[in-house]
Design a protein around this ligand. Structure first.
Ligand code: SF4
Length: 375
């Protein structure tokens, strides 16, 4: 626990779990369902009951906005139309299909879980929550999203939007992530047994379109008569924000290494980690007091066992991940001596600029490829 957290008053939150009598609860549920029937978003994964397609959408939506997901979702289902097709695909093809969506562990887990469904469940998505939770990359809220949307099973959800709505609804006096079990209880208590599909989708839509992080549109909210935050004019103060550590910023030296045949050296990252399994231009973190050129020479020697001459600057790219920022300082380099070895990666290859599009790269590296094409 940080000093900031430990100095916060520890509220007794137990009485915050609302107790609705059945009449009030039914009316409360119906108000949201009526609002959803009128204002719910039309989304392609709501027009299917195929658990595979719904599962794909749930994973894509985990850290990505709907408008970004839409074209990926459609392309994905053309490329991997069934769980069997995904399970049989090569991981590189899967990563290529995911390229640009970020958080690539999602794609690797989706691929692995598809193999689990095919090998262990005969290709049928399980309907038992405890079994669903054994699938790679599926946590409790994703499981609830899939089971309710595909099978109308009464399994609650608690994604970021829902946490915010419920925290305001009960005027939670501490950050939602410090009251998860209480919020799960509320989500479960609210869920109508026979309308789980629509209710969970409605909760997500309420969070995405009305109960937004800033300036919630409370006047349009179907729950404004019962919402404790609105009733006490606290909707703009809640949820209580998390105490955040400063985001580190890393300076990276990156090499576009050319050989005499006008080919470029790329390497495939090891399978684990944030960008695992993707291809990249080699390089690494600039140490304190080190120049970009010295960093590149050292990193290339350590990672690939070769010597390069560092040449012209190609491009500088700033890129933000959730927990850190990077600045990529990209230089053209000339291969001098040594046979490239995959010392700190899985594979290395010499390729032409035209061949680069065949490989899955992280987003920041795609910007390098675009710069190379204009070069
Ligand atoms: S009344 Fe406002 S704060 Fe409360 S749930 Fe609705 S939109 Fe959110």
């Amino acid at each position: 626990m940080t000093k900031a957290e430990s100095s916060q008053p520890q509220a007794d939150i137990t009485p915050l779990v609302p107790v609705w009598d059945s009449d009030h609860l039914t009316a409360f549920q119906q108000t949201l369902l009526d609002w959803y029937a009128q204002h719910g978003r039309k989304l392609p994964w709501r027009e299917t009951r195929d658990p595979y397609a719904i599962w794909v959408s749930e994973i894509m939506l985990q850290q990505t906005q709907v408008k970004t997901v839409l074209p990926y979702y459609k392309r994905w289902l053309l490329r991997f139309p069934t769980v069997e097709a995904l399970a049989a695909a090569d991981l590189q093809e899967v990563l290529k299909g995911w390229q640009g969506l970020g958080y690539y562990a999602r794609a690797r887990n989706l691929h692995r879980a598809a193999q689990q469904v095919v090998q262990q469940h005969g290709g049928l998505f399980p309907q038992d929550l405890s079994i669903v939770l054994t699938l790679a990359g599926i946590g409790r809220t994703t499981a609830g999203g899939i089971l309710s949307a595909a099978f109308n099973l009464p399994v609650p959800i608690l994604d970021g939007n829902v946490k915010r709505v419920l925290a305001r609804l009960i005027a939670l006096p501490l950050p939602p992530n410090r009251a998860l079990s209480l919020l799960w209880q509320v989500s479960e208590q609210l869920l109508p047994i026979d309308r789980a599909r629509d209710f969970n989708q409605a909760l997500m839509d309420l969070g995405a379109t009305i109960c937004t992080p800033k300036q919630p549109a409370c006047l349009l909210c179907p729950w404004n008569h019962s919402c404790r935050a609105y009733q006490t004019h606290m909707q703009n103060e809640l949820p209580v924000p998390e105490a955040r550590a400063p985001i580190p910023h890393k300076q990276i030296g990156v090499a576009v290494i050319w050989n005499d045949r006008q080919q470029i050296l790329i390497d495939r990252r090891r399978p684990e980690g944030l960008l695992g399994g993707l291809w990249e231009f080699p390089g690494g973190k600039i140490e304190p007091g080190e120049t970009v050129a010295a960093c590149i020479r050292r990193e290339i020697q350590e990672e690939l066992g070769i010597e390069v001459e560092v040449g012209d600057h190609l491009i500088t790219i700033d890129h933000a991940y959730t927990h850190f920022h990077v600045t990529l300082n990209v230089h053209h380099c000339r291969h001098i001596t040594g046979e490239p070895q995959p010392i700190e990666c899985d594979e290395v290859r010499w390729v032409t600029v035209d061949q680069l599009d065949q490989f899955p790269f992280p987003k920041a590296n795609v910007t390098i490829i675009e710069a190379l094409k204009k070069y």
